[in-house]
Design a protein around this ligand. Structure first.
Ligand code: GTP
Length: 708
């Protein structure tokens, strides 16, 4: 019945005709190998155009043959209001709701009363019906999450009257999966709602049909709230809302996002019948909605012209998908990418503002700080001070270990069950997809993950010497909280050991035994970066670190860090945490400005305000861009003692404020004192002979020999 309908008489709105034309043009290169099919397509297209021209020049209403039933529901199709009141393709026959998944109910979009003219009474599904149906089932709705890309489907007044919160997360649908930021917002909204509710209330989640975007979001939520694989999460959704997600790209995107290999047995369901025949039921001209999950219907439902076009497209898509798969497999196996990695790359995805505030509070509580004015909290990470002739004495008074000063990008990292967050120097958080199983002797591996564990470290880029392949690696040098418990007051050596036992070992263990884990399909090698605990050594090894270890490193290092072995974690400036840099690398970060009378100016910060450094000047040596292009930027500069000027090194994209004036004074002091590597090594040679050091070095060496 469907195939025999006279769709040739159907008008094609100009936009769609244009889109259609563009598609034909775009894919003409691929058409050559299906010449005969295209020949039919061309002929059909010509005839269609002729008909259109005739229809338009006649300037008379175009009558579309429609199914005989419910004729009055189609009468407004050719009127000006047609677009606004158009029912999404396939909506009428698409089942309204699925089964609940916890407190979440997947649904198609409820259509407001204004659509009643187009919807037969038995098929109406507005919020009045939704609330009533759910009440009959004994459920009370508390939240509606709307994922459609438009606001034309209903007004939220009915919801407000019932005290139901409405959250709009606009997602395009069609060919693109929802953006990662939208996913973060969705997961946060659901979690917050469930956390705050006093009595059990349900969340209705809808896109247009309640399958692809809705499924994609719910699966993300399941993945982040429970310990399961993508396959299990997909299964839960498919069973609750058959046939589930039916767009292969969405399924592929889920596996790719969670770094999982897609098992062979997972096949994407075919497009449901109500969707495939939908364009004919209501939109005889196969017009796709700009808020459509699915684009056009399947070939069975299409007239010959679309069928041929579809055939060309499908062939092309299959070829394209194959090519993409081959490329993906290649990159999966090699974990390589052509893009050059830089320290300025922005990693991870933005998170909702409220979530940011609550995570900032957690960090402040953990570090035992008072959160300043809401939203103006500063990065609270511990910061070393430059070594000078005075604080060099600290090395004699307290027991220190040394490590290389890795020169990448500073991040603290917060691990929670719903994700892992990189915290930059501006105290912004971005979500990265990483896995950190928690150690638990009574549970199988992968049973639990860390939750509110806070780490500190440096992200570096390693360039492997043989292959020149780049690898991003997070070098963790401290741990401030483990599963919500602050450990900042414990001595460094305990925190450092705990870091190995609780974070690194479970991760490495699961990595090596992934086939016995709950999720054998997880691919650690697809994570955005690798993870390692930073090594710290006895002072007696500093000579070796400086002369042998640092030159052989496959990432940048600009000096040494001296870490008090018994120190607590001290937020912000820690006078006992010492950094030694090669003199030429001692640097200050200024804010650079060009004044209104064209003079270059350098600024620092003092008590939160800009301080003009009018005696300091900067030279941009070997830089092709004019100084004006650096105006408004934070620039890192080193000191040229001969010329007595600052020399531009690089733009600090990771920082939004210049150094504090106090930091500047310390750097200047360090430059003036000029502790060369020779002076440093001589000093250390003396220090390690002191009884305090000699005894502890002996004890530590014995302890480490016992561990081996
Ligand atoms: N505490 C500590 N810091 C390290 C270590 N390795 C590298 N760092 C980095 O050293 C930085 C402090 O040295 P600076 O030279 O002051 O760092 P910077 O990035 O130039 O920052 P500014 O001084 O603000 O310009 C920290 O922010 C860390 O990112 C380590 O093992 N321990």
């Amino acid at each position: 019945m469907i195939a025999s309908m006279d769709l040739n008489a159907s008008p094609v709105p100009e936009d769609d005709e244009e889109i259609y034309e563009r598609h034909i043009e775009h894919y003409s290169a691929q058409e050559e190998h299906v010449e005969s099919a295209v020949e039919i397509s061309r002929r059909e297209r010509e005839e269609r155009r002729k008909r259109l021209r005739r229809d338009r020049s006649d300037d008379r209403p175009v009558h579309v043959s429609q199914p005989p039933v419910h004729d009055h529901f189609y009468q407004n199709r050719n009127s000006r209001s047609y677009d606004k009141s158009r029912i999404p393709p396939g909506w009428l026959d698409c089942p309204s709701v699925g089964q609940e998944i916890g407190c979440i109910i997947p649904s198609k979009v409820p259509l407001g009363e204004s659509y009643n003219d187009c919807v037969p009474p038995g098929k109406r599904y507005s919020f009045k019906q939704v609330i009533h149906q759910q009440r009959v089932l004994g459920r009370k709705l508390g939240l509606v999450i709307d994922l459609t890309n438009t606001s034309r489907y209903y007004q939220t007044t009915d919801l407000k009257r019932e005290g139901i919160k409405h959250v709009k997360i606009q997602c395009k649908g069609r060919d693109s999966v929802p953006e990662n930021v939208a996913v973060n917002t969705f997961v946060y909204e659901v979690s917050q709602f469930l956390l705050r509710q006093k009595s059990k209330k349900y969340i209705l989640v809808h896109c247009t049909h309640g399958h692809n975007r809705t499924g994609y979001m719910i699966i993300h939520y399941l993945m982040r709230s429970q310990s399961m694989s993508v396959t299990q999460a997909i299964k839960i959704f498919n069973e609750a809302r058959p046939p589930g997600i039916y767009k292969p790209d969405y399924i592929d995107a889920l596996y790719a996002f969670y770094h999982e290999r897609r098992p062979e047995m997972v096949v994407c369901p075919s497009t449901p019948e109500w969707k495939r025949s939908s364009d004919l039921d209501l939109n005889g001209d196969a017009v796709a909605d700009d808020d459509d999950d699915d684009g056009g219907g399947g070939p069975a439902a299409l007239p010959i012209i679309e069928e041929v076009f579809c055939c060309v497209m499908t062939t092309f898509q299959i070829v394209l998908r194959f090519v993409v798969k081959v490329l993906l497999i290649d990159t999966e196996e090699n974990h390589e990418t052509d893009a050059v990695l830089t320290n300025d790359d922005i990693l991870g995805d933005e998170i909702p503002r409220d979530q940011l505030e609550s995570m900032r509070s957690f960090c402040y509580q953990t570090l035992k700080l008072n959160l300043g004015v809401r939203g103006h909290a500063q990065f609270p990470g511990s910061h070393p001070v430059s070594l000078n002739r005075d604080n060099l004495q600290l090395l004699r008074q307290r027991y220190y270990y040394a490590t290389w000063k890795a020169d990448g990008t500073r991040y603290m990292m917060l691990i929670t069950v719903d994700g892992c967050y990189l915290i930059d120097r501006s105290f912004n958080f971005r979500r990265v997809q990483m896995r950190f199983p928690a150690r638990h002797p009574n549970e199988g591996i992968g049973e639990r993950t860390h939750h509110f564990t806070l780490l500190d470290g440096e992200m570096v880029i390693d360039t492997l010497p043989d292959s020149q392949k780049q690898e991003r690696r997070y070098l963790i040098y401290d741990m401030m909280a483990i599963n919500t418990v602050s450990i900042v007051e414990r001595p460094f050596y305990e925190r450092w050991k705990m870091l190995e036992k609780e974070v690194i070992e479970p991760r490495n263990y699961e990595r090596q035994n992934i086939y016995q884990s709950r999720n054998p399909y997880y691919r650690y090698d697809l994570e955005p970066f690798r993870v390692r605990r930073k090594d710290f050594w006895l002072l007696s090894t500093v000579n070796k670190v400086l002369k042998e270890f640092i030159p052989r490193l496959s990432h940048e290092a600009d000096g040494l860090i001296f870490q008090g072995w018994d120190d607590p974690y001290v937020p912000r400036t820690h006078e006992g945490l010492l950094k030694w840099k090669y003199a030429r690398l001692n640097s200050v970060d200024f804010l650079f400005e060009i004044s209104s009378d064209d003079r270059p100016q350098l600024y620092l910060f003092e008590r939160g305000k800009r301080k003009l450094m009018d005696r300091d000047t900067v030279e941009f040596r070997d830089v092709s861009d004019p100084p004006s292009s650096f105006s408004g930027k934070i620039i890192e500069c080193s000191w040229d003692p001969d010329q007595q000027v600052w020399v531009y090194m690089r733009i600090r994209t990771d920082k939004s404020t210049p150094n504090d004036f106090n930091t500047f004074k310390k750097v200047m002091r360090s430059i003036k004192d000029n502790i060369t590597d020779e002076i440093l090594l001589n000093e250390i040679n003396e220090i390690i002979r002191l009884p305090m050091y000699a005894d502890r070095i002996r004890m530590d060496s014995k302890a480490s020999a016992r561990r081996k």
